[in-house]
Write a protein of this length. Sequence first.
Length: 146
Amino acid sequence: MRETLLIGIAVLIGAAGAAISIVLPAVVWYRRRKMAAGLYGEFLEATPDIIGFRYRRMKRPFGEGFLDAYSGEVGSIAFRLDVEIVPFRKLNAYRLRLEKPVDGELLVHERSSQAEPTDPDPLAIIAKTLCKAHAEREKYLIVEAN
């Protein structure tokens, strides 16, 4: 009887330790992932307020096309939007990386999509908005075809 009680207590302690070592990190991971996904909503709301950002166009080292990169900060969220433009291909590739420091750690959310520049894809709309803002800031003329 006494041995059964000791074995039961040992199993209970082992199960509690396993639950703490597995469940607790899983809960922390889930909360961080949910908070990181919330960054995208914050970024979409703050997109019209983007004033200052850096623009860089690079020629791709292999293959054809260009890689446009827009980076900056909106509130406490740092963003980087990469647009891969390949001539004679309808779809552009968009990659967005959002970073925000929370409690001394960095939350990161990445999202990507492929769409035509005129599609209602949120990343295409943001890229078009930033392109227009860059053109206005640098006094370029942008002509859009109908």
